[in-house]
Structure formats: C-alpha cells, structure tokens
Design a protein around this ligand. Structure first.
Ligand code: HEM
Length: 505
C-alpha cells in the first residue's frame, strides 16, 4: 500500500515538474511578428477585399510568418513553401480542421463535410471520396459525361464563331462546369432540363459568393447577434431554395428507384442513396448529411474549374507566342481531324506546362485555411490552439526566391531543370493549387481532367480575340476568397477545325 502511494506521489510530482518545465519553455517562445492589433477589431482595419493581397503586402514588411487578428480570432499567415510544409505536413494532424462561418452552418444544415472538424464523420466521407465517389474508377466512369458536356459547349461556341458573334466566355464556362458537376452528382442535364439546371446554377453561384464573404458577426463578438450585412438572412433564403430543389430531386429519384430498382449507380446521388439504404454507414448519415455533402461538392467543384480555364485563356490571349506553341503542339499530337481527348494530355508537355503556369499565377483558392486544435511550435514561434492558419499559395507563386521573373507567364519554366519535376498534386509545396495532405482537395483528379479537356479543346478548336478588339486582356481579380477575373471575358472566335470534328458526325 505504502509502495503504491509512493509511486503515485512520484508520478504526480514528475507530471507537475514536466508541466512547469514545458509551460516555462512555451512561455519563453516568442509570438510571430505582425501588425499591432487594435482593441476589439484586432487588425480588421488592414483587411482589403482581396485578403491574399493584404497578406502578401504585409509579408513584405513582417516576413513570411506573421500573426494577425481578425476581430477576436487569432490568425497565423505563412507565405513560403517551407512554412507551408511545416503546417500541412510536419504538423498535419494539428492543422487538419477548418473553421465554419454562420452562413456555412445555416446553408449546410450544420453538417458540411468541407468545413467539418477532423473526426469520424470527416474520415468516413473522405474514405468514400477516395475509394468511391472521386476515385480513379469513377474518374473513368464519368469521362464520357465530361466529353458530352464539353462537346455541347463547343458546339455553341462554334455556332457563335460561324455567325461572327461575340459571347460572354466567363458565363459560358461557368455554365459548362456547373453542368458537368450537376450531371455527375445528380444527372441534371442542361440539354434536357434547362429550367432545373438554371435553378441549380443560380444557387451554386449564390452559395459560392456567400461563402466567400466576411461576416463581421463571426469575428466580432459584440456583432454576433446582429445581421448588419444581411448575410444570415440571405443564407436562410438560399437554404430554403436549395432544400426545395434537392428535396424534389431526391423524392423523384427515390420513386424511380422504388419502381425500377437500381442495377448500377449512374451518378453520385445513386451511390449515396445505396449507402444510406444499405444502412451500413460507420457514422450517422442522414438526409441532411446527404444534402450538405452534395452542396459541398457542387460549390467546391464548379467555379474553381471555370476560373482556371478562364485564366488559361486570358494568359494565352496575352501571350500569342505561347498560344501558337500550344496550338502547334495540338496540331502535331492530336491533329485537326478529331477532338482532343483526356487521354491525349500526357503527350502534350507544353500544354501541361501552361496549366501549371496558370495555377502558379492564379490559384483559384489563393489561401488554404486551416484551424489548429492544439498548441504547437512553428519556426520557433509559439502557436496556440484555435489559431486560424492561412497559407498564402498566391503569394508563394509570386515569390522571386522560388521563381525566376515570377510575374511573367512563361510555361517553359516547367520544362526546364529542377522545375520539370514539380507537379500540382500537393507534393511540391511551392505549387499548391489543390492544397496538400489528408485535407487536400478530394476532387483534384476529377478537376484536373476537367480543366485539361476544356482548356485543351478550346485551344485546339478556336482562335480567340477580345470582342472589343482591345489588345490586352485585363488581368485584375474580383474580390473574395476565390480568384476569378474581375471583368467578364467577352470574345469572338475563329474556328480552327471543321464543324463535324465537334459535332462528332
Ligand atoms: C480547379 C479546380 C479545383 C481547385 C483548384 C480546388 C482546390 C481546393 C483546395 C485548395 C482545397 C483546400 C485544400 C486544403 O485545405 O489543403 C479544396 C478542398 C476541397 N475541394 Fe477542391 N478544388 C477544385 C475542384 C474540386 C472539385 C471538382 C471537387 C468535387 C468534386 C472539389 C471538392 C473539394 C472538397 C469537398 C474540399 C474540402 C475537403 C476537406 O475539407 O477535406 N474540389 N479544393
């Protein structure tokens, strides 16, 4: 008895010593440098509508690791590949959660996958994404569907070209990527049900915009119960409309399944319904979870892809030499007698370099945002739990320490020397358009295929010029947490291939 007591006392005093010792060590560690926070608002006075630009500029003054305060939220901002690796790889588990805004909570029934903490629910859906929904088998399964939607889009562009009419490329690309996602997820085909597709497109656009806005109620405790910006009201309105759309789609599908049975799932909705009806989920997965995860995919996968293709086109229109080189390569490898296919991409090194160069200068999600769940040390600085970490991917792509003439669009850089080995899949921390690690983008493979087929065919099939005849495409970005071009791209095209190449007969 006495021995047990002595051992317990010994362990207790050892634990106390350890706590005192590590506590002292922690306390001695400095905080990262950063602008002085004002009472209540922190550094909100410094924030501009393009947060990645703000952080880029502040990093010139305070360095690549910086503390910042968004109202009452402590933040850490990093802008080098080494520090990105520290957060996304070395301390991956600590930084594998995200933060949810009130808008996200309202619209996604409080159970979003993309914004959920790192836990059993997230792990379950992630496993489904990797092995079922977005894995390589489904990538092949959906290839004809992507090709079909792209063909419809190219037919419209061809018609415009033949009529000598200009058209809004920004809008058409958004329509196309939204059609691809709605078709993959829910089998909504714009060509068959334009009305439903239009409702879905509007909702996706509104949700993406809403999630990119700052709600001061989330950052300033004294604004929490107010809705000065009308964000909560808009969120509730969007939620009602989204719920009505999804309930109709779900009920229709359930009826069809009851009548016909399902032999093989045709889209992601079927796969989810199979899982739900099978009742063998590892975690609770209700109708609300289903609706939330569909919304996650639709919003995460639509404008990101459209934004990328638009930047590819804008950069190439401003670099006629690069455009010519890409078209020459297409002519050599694919020719003009058939439409480029996804399987051609590995044989088009210059085209692939264009895609990387575009992601370097214009990552559609310029800031990777994570939340720490416990205290840690990054680069010798103490980072407390519940810090919001921003990895400034946009800034890293423009850092001359890592890239020669970083502001020039020069795809050749990815065909030369060490850069030739750099890819976009999250292993090279200087180029992270899809993030990295277990919380990296689960739609990456699907998105890459979609970007390749859309960008590839528009380069192959048409010559592009701005409708107003002005020489240079404006390259400014619209405010928000994604990076679309600010001014819609309105173009005229001249076909480079015969109409039948696109129509397929
Ligand atoms: C060019 C297109 C795309 C880009 C650039 C992109 C980029 C990203 C990035 C940077 C993240 C955060 C990664 C991180 O924290 O490390 C992310 C997350 C996510 N993306 Fe994508 N994405 C694209 C397309 C897609 C598509 C097509 C889908 C779905 C089919 C999708 C679904 C998601 C989801 C669900 C998340 C949240 C994952 C999680 O929190 O675990 N994305 N994406």
């Amino acid at each position: 008895m006495e021995v047990t007591l002595n051992v317990a006392l010994l362990l207790l005093s050892a634990a106390v010593c350890l706590m005192v010792f590590t506590g002292k060590r922690r306390r001695r560690l400095p905080n990262p440098p950063g602008p002085f926070p004002l009472p209540l608002i922190g550094n909100l006075n410094l924030v501009s509508p393009r947060l990645h630009h703000t952080f880029h500029m502040l990093a010139q003054r305070y360095g690549p690791i910086m503390k910042f305060r968004l109202g009452s939220i402590p933040c850490l901002v990093v802008s080098t590949p080494e520090l990105a690796k520290d957060i996304l790889k070395t301390h991956e588990l600590i930084f594998s959660s995200r933060v949810k805004s009130t808008a996200i909570d309202i619209v996604t029934y409080g159970v979003s996958f993309a914004f959920s903490p790192y836990g059993p629910y997230w792990k379950y859906i992630k496993k489904l994404c990797t092995y079922e929904l977005l894995g390589s088998r489904m990538l092949n399964h959906f290839e004809p569907l992507r090709a079909l939607e792209v063909r419809e889009f190219l037919k419209d562009v061809m018609a415009m070209g033949k009529a000598g009419k200009s058209f809004n490329v920004t809008e058409e690309l958004m329509k196309l990527t939204s059609n691809v996602m709605s078709n993959m997820m829910l089998s909504i085909r714009a060509a068959e049900s334009e009305e439903q597709a239009e409702v879905a497109r509007t909702l996706i656009r509104e949700v993406s915009q809403l999630f990119g806005e700052f709600d001061f109620g989330d950052m300033l405790w004294f604004c929490k119960s107010f809705d000065f910006q009308g964000i909560k009201k808009r969120s509730k309105d969007i939620k009602v409309r989204y719920d009505a759309l999804l309930e109709k789609i779900l009920t229709d599908r359930e009826n069809v399944r009851r009548q016909n049975g399902v032999v093989e799932p045709k889209d992601m909705l079927d796969m989810f319904l199979d899982i739900m009806e099978g009742g063998k989920t590892d975690v609770e997965f209700t109708r609300e979870h289903l609706k939330a995860v569909i919304l996650d995919f639709l919003t995460a996968g639509t404008d990101t892809t459209a934004i990328t293709v638009e930047w590819v086109l804008a950069e190439l229109m401003n670099s006629p030499k690069a455009m010519k080189k890409a078209q020459d390569e297409m002519d050599r490898v694919v020719g003009r007698e058939r439409m480029m296919a996804e399987s051609d991409a590995p044989n088009l090194p210059y085209f692939l370099a264009i895609i990387k160069e575009t992601f370097r200068l214009h990552p559609p999600i310029p800031l990777i945002i994570r939340r720490s769940i416990e205290d840690c040390v990054i680069d010798g600085y103490h980072i407390p739990a519940d810090t919001l970490a921003f990895i400034n991917v946009w800034s890293m792509g423009r850092n001359e320490k890592y890239w020669d003439s970083p502001l020039s669009f020069r795809p050749e850089r990815f065909l030369e020397g060490d850069n030739a080995a750099i890819d976009i899949k999250g292993m090279h921390f200087e180029l992270l358009p899809f993030g990295s690690g277990r919380r990296g983008c689960p739609g990456m493979l699907s998105a890459i295929q979609e970007v390749l087929i859309i960008a590839g065919t528009v380069i192959q099939c048409f010559d592009w010029e701005q409708a107003d005849g002005s020489g240079r495409v404006d390259m400014s970005e619209r405010p928000g947490l994604t990076t679309p071009r600010e001014i819609d791209l309105v173009c005229r095209v001249v076909p480079r291939v015969d109409e039948r190449v696109i129509s397929g007969h």
